[in-house]
Design a protein around this ligand. Sequence first.
Ligand code: HXC
Ligand code: NAP
Length: 292
Amino acid sequence: MNYTDKMLRDDALKSKKIIVTGGGSGLGKSMTKYFLELGAQVVITSRNLEKLQKTAQELSEATGSKCYAVQCDVRNYEEVEAMISQSHQHLGEVDILMNNAAGNFISPTERLSSNAFDTIIDIVLKGTKNCTLALGKHWIDQKQENKTILNIVTTYAWTGSAYVVPSATAKAGVLAMTRSLAVEWAKYGIRFNAIAPGPFPTKGAWDRLLPGDLKEKFDLSKKVPLKRVGEHQELANLAAYLVSDFSHYLNGEVITIDGGEWLKGAGQFNLLEMVTPEMWDMLEAMIKSKKS
Ligand code: HXC
Ligand code: NAP
């Protein structure tokens, strides 16, 4: 058994109907694949229909479960309402929403146009709000229960981060929305949780966050105490658990899966890791000598 193995029993998501935003690529695609393997039917949605259709066909063939492609720009509320209506045609009632779509790029904030800042806020925060509000209102109107929403954030949702300020601002908003609605909509039988992944290599993220030779110069695995980046299956295992009925008592939680990365950056004396045993001998002697 190791961390790249599939974790849940084969029928863990049997007959669950799921919408995954940004499910045509990267982590959304990997999580969708595992949901399908566990017996779910999934609508993947984003702007690029051709990419979605290719992914839906590939995943349906690979897993034997049904995956549908529906085009939608999550920034636009009317498109989101239309996407949910098309999802109902494909799936019937929807049980689970995973807000995974995102936009991001590195930049000094003073170089950003107002529109550049808005673009990220609109995809990440407004997009999550649009999908949550449209589907939530429907569930509440229809008196549907045992529904769940899983939001994908990042660890800098609470630490903040320089050079990705629109993304940090938006992800912080998504985290606040997760915790707020976990309480407010629990009475309607809707649970909310979030995952905060550390570095999990994807083309979408790496092209925008580590362009050119930054990939070599800025090896993210070195920032992680466990000295490695994440494997998509370990994220998929966690996501599948959080959307499944096994996690029914988990509500309003954000689970970090980053090998300890953000805590390494936060602890004031964590840099002392570079001190060798010989240096520790010397330092200990120096500290003890001060006693007298
Ligand atoms: C400065 C930039 C820019 C850059 C775009 N803009 N890229 N400004 N530096 N590198 C500006 C544009 O000039 C424009 O402003 C505005 O942003 C909108 O750009 P468009 O290209 O018109 O937007 P759009 O076509 O909607 O594309 C959105 C996008 C793009 C976010 C810019 O990168 C995209 O489609 N991304 C989706 C996928 C993605 O980002 N995946 C990574 C998620 S990773 P003006 O003023 O000129 O009109 C992630 C990881 C988190 O979230 C944590 C990792 C550890
Ligand atoms: P990705 O492959 O670029 O995924 C982003 C997805 O969002 C794409 O499929 C994209 O599809 C979709 N999208 C973007 N704008 C959209 C819009 N306006 N409407 C609808 N869909 C839109 O990157 P990823 O690394 O897998 O990221 C997935 C999630 O994980 C994101 O929430 C990200 O913040 C989070 N995350 C990733 C990492 C990491 O290390 N990779 C770390 C922490 C958090 P289209 O282009 O077709 O629209």
